[in-house]
Design a protein around this ligand. Structure first.
Ligand code: LLP
Length: 426
């Protein structure tokens, strides 16, 4: 993980995390730029065996401009799933020629925005979406380069809420209909058939599901060639897991690349990969202060100033995040239920977690919080969104300040009746 102790202080690169907490207040997210860059380079080096591979960062994992910008500066493309994400990628400097638009239901207005921007590829997930894209492109006199995202019906062996490659999931075109869908795509105005795409799930800790899915993709590419459809791009999605718990060893980028080469290398197509978590997850921590230590009937509660609205992964997926004190002063350890102040029992980060003893005012870090942390945060209980900081070497800088209560409340407007006729004519 991105934080290690030096002389009793938890450090990220050359910065004491306790210093960040005292300057910024808590809770606060911190990301190591060096760690993000190293993760990108690991993909780049690994996929050098498949020249031309495009690494499109799945920006949903962390959409901060500084994070996308760090990756864009290294040559990363972007995988986006909404107009908002596309706008963020463009603003951060990702070239349109390296942007892939995924997502299960792009609206015509989003398609129009992306077509005008001139993105590299739309990953289309259904026949109705294909028809809609054709209609929008034809109306604009533009051509949409598409891949069909197929559903290979493979079990990714991950948490059910983040598995996407089984036939019962909402994602992708059913395997048996894919060939016919390609024929349909070839007949539609405004559509240029370019590739094939898949994404079977997230936080994969085994390569076996990838082997199954890549092999199926290779079969499909061969079948399509029989139909006279030659594909230029193969998008293998994202999903490589990270080590949230000590002792977990996720597959390496090199092993993934070797597998891709073995299964898909001979197909003479450009590979696209869409990693999210494995680029930014381990690079981030969420810092929080202990507000109270409360003795319950049967357990001790460590009540902290971060809550489920700030980092929802434990509440939503029973996800494990390592917890470390920012200073190693305690010698005794103790078991706590680590909870936030939100009025729900689900506002629990960890149960019976054995950590060095803490008292009110102590600071802790949740590890592995760089992906699907800040982006999934909300303002439930009228809590302010958590600020974000990026650390590089011995320096740190704010990349999103803490909003004010005026920002939070000011978006509400007094009740105003809408004149429908005026709205329509406007
Ligand atoms: N490509 C597509 C089409 C995706 O849907 C996703 C993630 C990715 C790429 C990136 O996957 P990654 O490399 O990050 O695994 N909120 C959940 C994870 C949801 C993942 C959704 N799709 C979590 O906190 O675990």
């Amino acid at each position: 993980m991105a934080a290690d102790y030096k002389d009793g202080d938890l450090m990220m690169e050359g910065v004491k995390l306790a210093t960040v907490a005292s300057v910024m207040g808590t809770p606060v997210y911190c990301y190591s730029r060096g760690r993000i860059e190293a993760a990108y380079r690991a993909y780049e080096d690994a996929f050098a065996c498949l020249p031309g591979t495009m690494i499109c960062y799945a920006v949903k994992a962390n959409t901060n401009q500084a994070v996308i910008g760090t990756l864009a500066a290294l040559g990363a493309g972007a995988d986006v799933v909404s107009e908002g994400e596309l706008r963020r990628a463009l603003k951060a400097g990702v070239p349109t020629s390296r942007i892939v638009f995924s997502g299960v239901a792009k609206k015509p207005s989003e398609m129009e925005f992306a077509l005008k921007a001139g993105i590299y590829q739309f990953n289309v997930e259904s026949e109705p979406e294909l028809m809609a894209l054709s209609k929008v492109a034809a109306r604009l006199g533009l051509e949409a380069s598409i891949a069909l995202r197929v559903n290979p019906d493979v079990d990714a062996r991950t948490h059910e809420k983040i598995a996407t490659g089984k036939s019962e999931n909402k994602f992708g075109i059913p395997w048996r209909r894919a060939r016919a869908c390609y024929r349909l795509a070839g007949s539609l105005p405004g559509i240029r058939v370019q590739g094939i795409a898949m994404h079977i799930g997230s936080q994969l800790l085994s390569l076996e599901p990838y082997r199954e899915a890549y092999s199926r993709l290779a079969e499909m590419v061969a079948e399509l060639a029989e139909d006279g459809i030659k594909l230029e791009s193969i998008d293998i999605g994202g999903g490589l897991g990270i080590a949230y718990e000590d002792g977990t060893v996720p597959p390496s980028q090199a092993a993934l690349a070797a597998l891709a080469e073995e299964c898909l290398g001979r197909l003479d197509a450009r590979l696209i990969i869409e990693p999210g978590r494995s680029l930014v997850g381990a690079a981030g921590v969420l810092l929080s202060e202990v507000i109270y230590v409360k003795s319950g009937e049967s357990r001790d509660f460590m009540i902290i100033d971060a809550a489920m609205n700030d980092l929802i992964r434990p509440a939503m997926y029973d996800a494990y995040h390592g917890v470390k004190p920012l200073k190693t002063k305690a010698t005794a350890v103790r078991s706590y239920d680590i909870v936030g102040p939100v009025c729900e029992s689900g506002d629990t980060f960890a149960k019976s977690r054995v950590v060095p003893e803490v008292k009110a005012g102590d600071l802790i870090a949740f590890l592995g919080a760089g992906a699907y942390g800040a982006v999934m945060a909300g303002t439930y209980n009228s809590r302010l969104l958590v600020p974000e900081v990026m650390i590089a070497g011995d320096s740190f800088g704010v990349i999103r300040p803490r909003p004010t209560y005026d920002d939070l409340i000011g978006l509400d407007t007094p009740w105003q009746v809408i004149d429908e006729k005026e709205e329509r004519s406007a």
